[in-house]
Design a binder for this molecule. Sequence first.
Ligand code: ZN
Length: 66
Amino acid sequence: MQNLSFPKCLKCNEGVLIPLSDYGRGGATIHFKAWVCNNPSCHFQIRIDNGEVSVLDTIASKKRLK
Ligand SMILES: [Zn+2]
């Protein structure tokens, strides 16, 4: 069975990336603000903050893409 709805996690190749939404100032919904791997042993995460993309491999290390 393949999960067809979400992109596969490129780090662990086991989990899928689940989109998370957030609420901005004024209550507007921000869709797909962050994507997180659903594999508990992976925790790969991509976040978008104010247009800047951050990749979080683990809680300890954080890399900026730009
Ligand atoms: Zn993963």
